[in-house]
Design a protein around this ligand. Structure first.
Ligand code: G3I
Length: 396
């Protein structure tokens, strides 16, 4: 398989918006982009009762982030033409929405909501509590919880969940309520300033508060236990948590499979070759608990693949196809979201660089907004997936 030549059909509007993007920011040489292949990824997903979506940003002060945002017309155009839903890459995280214990700032998230409304895209929320200490706001990590620390911590958390859920209301049909609670090294709940005072109840409290605020919303536990070897402890820890939540009547509706596949990344540790058998078993166990599934943050880390783009893209596409064919064989997966659509703006370029220093190619579109073999692999997996017989959950 070779890297595909760009389609030559470029509309005047795209040429203009591309030129504006270059003039308006340091986004590199890309100007116009190729037409989106038909049918779009979302149309292919819809034909099977699913939706396809992507992360997108609301713009930022650094040029690379700006590139993957609604402020970059060619990028926004790729997202709007390929997707049926979006998820904010950073704008709904506590760090972004809550600059201090008594203040909320929704303006960037609201820009994304306005973009979605204008383009007719659904939005899912990410996330109400990103558990690891590293991702909590600095003010929270340093907070003085006073003489009744458990009660203070619970109030802080419930206030956050209810204020944020209340702000967006039913415009969001699905929320990542808890993100990454399990320590991949131990399989246990990560210790943080909140668990110090509330223990594992942190998770229960967040889910219950979300259900109270949004009774019809799909409430998701989201994590990065992947299909590669090396994730055994992580997968076991996530299952144990989900079993406990279901047993205790905690309102979790679905498991978010982040799907940052390819291994060898900071996130998946020293993961090795894929283990499809173990992955199937994991998905059977999760769905056996009555949970729905979502692919929430799909991309591939091609750090270890050969430099030649054609070889690299072919290997990545084959890997992705195998992963998605297996994962989408579970009819409980109804949403598939990429963590960004264009290579140049992927978060993976900030982490674990390739030894040869070449940019990574983790997304469906290349740096010049041209669809890649990876896009073909996603399209083929969506087209080959069994139709979903159950309707999309009412909460979505
Ligand atoms: O916008 C500021 C900019 O003003 C500042 O100059 C610059 C200096 O570092 O930082 C910029 O903020 C960065 C932000 O992305 C926007 O670019 C943060 O440092 C950086 O930490 C942040 O990274 C995000 C990361 O989550 C942490 O929030 C990535 O974009 C985002 O892709 C990543 O997404 C996570 C999911 O939420 C959860 N699952 C894993 C996934 C990948 O790490």
């Amino acid at each position: 398989m070779t890297n595909r030549a760009p389609d030559v059909l470029v509309s005047r509007r795209q040429a203009l918006t591309g030129a504006l993007a270059v003039a308006g920011g340091a986004l590199g040489p890309a100007a116009a982009r190729a037409e989106t292949p038909k049918p779009s990824l979302n149309a292919l997903a819809q034909a099977k009762g699913m939706r396809f979506g992507s992360a997108i940003a609301a713009g930022a002060s650094d040029a690379r982030r700006m590139g993957g945002s609604i402020d970059n017309p060619p990028y926004a155009d790729v997202v709007a033409s390929e997707c049926g839903l979006i998820v904010p890459e950073n704008e709904m995280k506590m760090q972004a929405l809550r600059p201090g214990p008594d203040t909320f700032d929704f303006h960037r998230a609201d820009r994304l909501m306005a973009f979605a409304a204008q383009k007719g895209l659904a939005v899912r929320g990410h996330n109400l509590l990103w558990v690891p200490t590293k991702w909590l706001p600095a003010w929270l990590n340093q907070y003085d919880f006073g003489s009744r620390p458990a009660s203070t911590a619970e109030t802080l958390l419930v206030t956050h969940v209810k204020t944020v859920c209340g702000h967006f209301g039913e415009r969001l049909g699905s929320w990542d309520v808890i993100n990454e609670a399990i320590d991949p090294a131990t399989g246990k709940i990560r210790e943080t300033v909140l668990t110090r005072h509330l223990g594992d109840r942190v998770i229960d409290i967040a889910f219950h508060a979300a259900r109270e605020a949004l009774p019809k919303c799909q409430l998701v536990y989201n994590d990065y236990m992947e299909w590669e070897r090396g994730n055994e402890t992580h997968r076991a820890g996530v299952l144990k948590l989900l079993e406990r939540l279901r047993h205790d009547g905690v309102p979790v509706d679905a498991l978010g499979l982040q799907s940052h596949i390819g291994g060898d990344s900071e996130l998946v540790g020293q993961a090795g070759a894929p283990d499809p058998k173990a992955w199937r078993r994991f998905l059977e166990q999760a769905t056996g608990l009555g949970l729905d599934l979502l692919v929430t943050e799909f991309d591939i880390n091609d750090r270890s693949l050969p430099a030649d783009p054609a070889v690299r893209d072919a290997r990545a596409a084959a890997y992705v196809r195998e992963y998605l064919d297996l994962t989408l064989s579970f009819p409980q997966v109804q949403d598939v979201l990429a963590w960004g659509m264009v290579d140049r703006f992927s978060w993976l370029n900030d982490r674990t660089p390739r030894a040869d220093g070449l940019p990574k190619r983790p997304c469906p579109y290349d740096a010049d907004y041209r669809p890649k073999p990876l896009r073909d692999a996603i399209a083929a997996a969506l087209a080959g997936a069994p139709p979903r017989t159950a309707p999309h959950p009412p909460h979505a």
